[in-house]
Ligand binder design. Structure first.
Ligand SMILES: C[S@@+](CC[C@H](N)C(=O)[O-])C[C@H]1O[C@@H](n2cnc3c(N)ncnc32)[C@H](O)[C@@H]1O
Length: 341
């Protein structure tokens, strides 16, 4: 979704941007192309292999700074504290992580049962499955994999590890395939289990919640946040986060009127999906959803609220490019002018 991300971020030449999920740099490269000599690009990834690629390709560029770590902790990084004009989070795993058997992410390729994006942090999938209680395993499979056979799979894992530890991806995939009835899934029977264990081992949803807060706080007025999710659990968190900061909470007539609501984010357009050509070129893009939001106000850029933006901002500011001179206070009256001096 590179073109859509670039349209969403609206990179300005002397702006400061953070790509919190460098991967192999597909998005970072495009941002850098648009930056002038006064621009800044901050790159993060949890994965040491991704960081090695970033160092090799961009390490010599004076506009670039690189840090290995989670975007959940982006506020701890000194260059972020100057403020950012855009943050990109392209969530989940990268193709190299899935494709290299040795990383242990894939049920299709036998490898050590690891699944850590940062192999130096936390427990591997094998270590967690060796010690977790049956109930905890079932809860993880249900919550992060929406796996309806979660209890049966958890029971089978605990029974199996009583005989010999599960150490290989193929062992886990085979065990799950033996529990989940054939034909119930149009996908590999272990897909949901692998997704759930990966999300748990990498604390993906907790990182996302913390990363959204930190990115939002780091944005300058007019700065943009672009997030690509790959499953409904992630997208729900992103959608709700933006809505919570863009719209007033529902009123309750029995309570005293709430103070005027000041949005601290404005949704830019609706959720976007990859187009057919992109899905044909990369089938994994099929489940990608991009959401973009802007911090209101005038910052480093001329702030034109995009089409179909939050509330009537789009109408007020035209189809983008117009100056928005002040934050948009919430008006309880539909149709009332929302832009007040
Ligand atoms: C889908 S890939 C990103 C691909 C990248 N946009 C590109 O164009 O090559 C996701 C990357 O994000 C990294 N990642 C996932 N969660 C992370 C987190 N909380 N903090 C930092 N990196 C993370 C993964 O290690 C992986 O390299």
């Amino acid at each position: 979704m590179v073109a859509q991300v670039m349209e969403g971020l609206r990179v300005i030449g002397d702006g400061a941007y953070l790509d919190g999920t460098f991967g192999r740099g597909g998005h970072a490269r495009r941002v850098l192309e648009r930056l002038g000599p006064g621009g800044r690009l901050l790159l993060m990834d949890k994965d040491p292999e991704a960081i090695a690629v970033a160092e090799r390709e961009f390490g010599a560029d004076p506009r670039v700074a690189i840090r290995r770590g989670s975007f959940a902790a982006l506020a701890d990084w000194a260059p972020v504290r100057g403020g950012l004009d855009g943050v990109l989070l392209d969530l989940g795993v990268s193709s190299p992580q899935l494709d290299v058997a040795g990383r242990g992410f894939s049920f299709g390729k036998d490898g050590p049962l690891d699944m850590r994006m940062d192999p130096d942090a936390g427990e591997s999938a094998a270590e967690w499955l060796a010690r977790a209680e049956e109930r905890e395993i079932a809860d993880v499979l249900w919550t992060y994999g929406e796996e309806r056979m979660s209890r049966r799979i958890a029971r089978a894992i605990v029974a199996r590890r009583g005989e010999a530890p599960l150490t290989r991806t193929a062992e886990l995939a085979e065990l799950v395939a033996g529990v989940v009835p054939r034909g119930r899934h149009d996908i590999h029977p272990a897909t949901r289990t692998f997704q759930a264990v990966r999300i748990h081992v990498n604390r993906e949803l907790a990182d996302l919640e913390a990363g959204l807060e930190a990115a939002h706080a780091a944005l300058r007025p007019g700065g943009r946040l672009a997030v690509i999710s790959f499953h409904s659990l992630e997208d729900r968190i992103v959608k709700r986060y933006i809505a919570r900061h863009a719209k007033p909470p529902p009123g309750n007539r029995r309570l005293p009127a709430a103070p005027a609501f000041e949005p601290s984010l404005i949704a830019i357009g609706d959720a976007r999906k990859a187009d057919a050509a992109e899905v044909a070129a990369n089938p994994r893009a099929r489940s990608a959803v991009l959401r973009v939001a802007e911090k209101p106000g005038i910052g480093n850029r001329e702030s034109g609220i995009g089409k179909a933006g939050g509330r009537s901002a789009g109408a007020a500011a035209g189809s983008g490019g117009a100056l928005l001179r002040f934050p948009i206070p919430y008006s309880p009256f539909p149709g009332a002018a929302e832009l007040r001096p």
